[in-house]
Each structure stands twice: as C-alpha cells, then as structure tokens.
Write a protein that binds this ligand. Structure first.
Ligand code: NDP
Length: 248
C-alpha cells in the first residue's frame, strides 16, 4: 500500500490519533502536512518522529473553524507541495456536560471545530483533488455519533453530522475518483480520554467485548487502508474501530 508521491494533510496531526495517522501515512511514503492549533511543541515532536522514519513533512498552524484561515492555509499547502491528495479531518474537541447544564458556547464551539472544521477543510482541500481526478478524504467521527452518549449531546451531534457530510460529499465527488469515508473510533487511549475518572473507564471497558481501550495505531490502520489504492471502490462508508462496543 504505497503512497509515494502523494501529499496528505492531517488536521490535528500533532498528537493523539492524528500523530499516529501522520506516522502511518509517512511510513507508506506520503509527504505529510501536520496541522495543529495551540501546541507547537507537540507538532514539532510529531515532525521529529516523521523525519526519524525518513519521511518528509511540514507544519501548518491554523484553526479548522476559521474559514478564511483554512482557505489561506490550503492555498499555501497546495503551492508548497504541488498537490493535496489525501485529507484526513481529524481535529476535534470535547466540551462535555449534561444537556440541561450545557452552555450555548460549548455547543457552538464543538460544532465549529468538529463539524464546520471538516466542512471548511474539505471545501478548501478538494479542489486540487478534483483537478487531479484522484483523492482520498477521510473523516474521523466517533462511536458516539452512532450510539449517542449522555453528557455529549454537542459532540455526538457533531460526530453524527460528520456521517451525513461524508455520505453527501462522497456522492458529489465520486465522478472525480475522490472517495470520502469516515472512521468511527471507540474509546482510544489519548489525552482526550486520559482525564476520564477510573470509574468511568471501568464502565466503558465493561461495554467493550475486546476488553481494552483502543490505540491511536488501531485508528491509523483503518485510515491507511482508506487512503490506499486498494480502497478505490469504497466510498460513503463508516469503518467502526471500537473493540465491538457498538455493532452498527
Ligand atoms: P487529542 O485531544 O489527543 O488531539 C486533538 C488534536 O486536534 C490536537 O492535535 C489538537 O491540536 C487538534 N485540534 C483541536 N482543535 C483544533 C482546531 N480548532 N484546529 C486545528 N486543530 C485542532 O484528540 P484525539 O487524538 O483523542 O482525537 C482525534 C480525533 O478522534 C478527534 O476528532 C476526536 O473527536 C476523535 N475521537 C477520539 C476518540 C478517543 O477516544 N480519543 C474516540 C472517538 C473519536 P493542538 O494540540 O495544537 O491543540
């Protein structure tokens, strides 16, 4: 599954699942553009790890929710790299609370980053793919976008929205040989989940037939497949990587 000669943009590629995706795509030969927003030191660490694998990469700081900033960044990326072949919309945040206690700003922020952020990046990133008549767009949604989760009305609504975005965009871009799919992780061991109390983690594990949290590399493996030529006939789909906790 070689991606030699291809450029991959990974939003939120600086740590967690995004970092594992950057490393995996670099191992497959892609030039990797690592996006981050607030922690340049994490992005630099990912760059160092990609380069240690012999990979080529660059860092781009932008907020996926900032439409004008995204447009500028993608123009610069296309100019610098010559093309954008693979886009992984991975950047995401949580602002959890029960619906009745959820502040409007927590709803808006989660929607802006998780859902509108993907819209912004796809809109800006698909033009070079359309010209080239080849592309791979991979969106990281979540098990809670399918199953729901108490305390995550904003996040699960945004993640469910990404499934609709995936399917509609897949239909629009198919004639240009651009596939659009999503990966729906279960509970993965990253900073996003490290703050969960042990009691909550134990409750989650009790619902996972494979009886462990997933790793960022588990998600990167699904992304690697979808990015490859082998997945050319797969579009508009969701791959669930969740240890069996939800069987959609
Ligand atoms: P982390 O919190 O570990 O990392 C989040 C990444 O997103 C960071 O690189 C961060 O950059 C970046 N980011 C956050 N906001 C923005 C923004 N506005 N613009 C650009 N980049 C941004 O998260 P995970 O690795 O755990 O999650 C990655 C994706 O997987 C998310 O979409 C998440 O919803 C999804 N997911 C995660 C699960 C899990 O259990 N961990 C389960 C299901 C889905 P910086 O460091 O610069 O702020």
């Amino acid at each position: 599954m070689s991606l030699a000669g291809k450029t991959a943009v990974v939003t939120g590629g600086s740590r967690g699942i995004g970092r594992a995706i950057c490393l995996r795509l670099a191992q497959m030969g892609a030039r990797v553009v690592i996006n981050y927003v607030s922690r340049p030191e994490a992005a630099e660490e990912t760059r160092a790890q990609v380069e240690a694998l012999g990979g080529e990469c660059s860092l781009f700081q932008f907020d996926v929710a900032d439409t004008a900033g995204v447009q500028d960044a993608f123009q610069q990326i296309a100019a610098e790299c010559g093309s954008i072949d693979i886009l992984v919309c991975n950047a995401g945040i949580t602002r959890d609370n029960l619906l009745l206690k959820m502040k409007e700003e927590d709803w808006d922020q989660v929607m802006a980053v998780n859902l509108k952020g993907a819209f912004n990046c796809i809109k800006a990133g698909c033009r070079p793919m359309m010209k080239k008549r080849w592309g791979r767009i991979i969106i990281i949604t979540s098990v809670v976008g399918f199953a729901g989760n108490a305390g995550q009305a904003n996040y699960s609504a945004a993640k469910a929205g990404l499934v609709g975005l995936t399917r509609s965009t897949a239909r629009e871009l198919a004639s240009r040989s651009i596939t659009v799919n999503c990966v729906a992780p279960g509970y993965i061991d990253t900073e996003m989940t490290s703050g969960l109390p042990d009691a909550v983690k134990e409750k989650i594990l009790a619902e996972v037939p494979l009886n462990s949290l997933g790793t960022p590399e588990d998600i990167a493996a699904a992304v690697a497949y979808l990015a490859s030529d082998e997945a050319r006939y797969v579009t508009g789909q969701a791959i669930h990587v969740n240890g069996g906790m939800f069987m959609g």
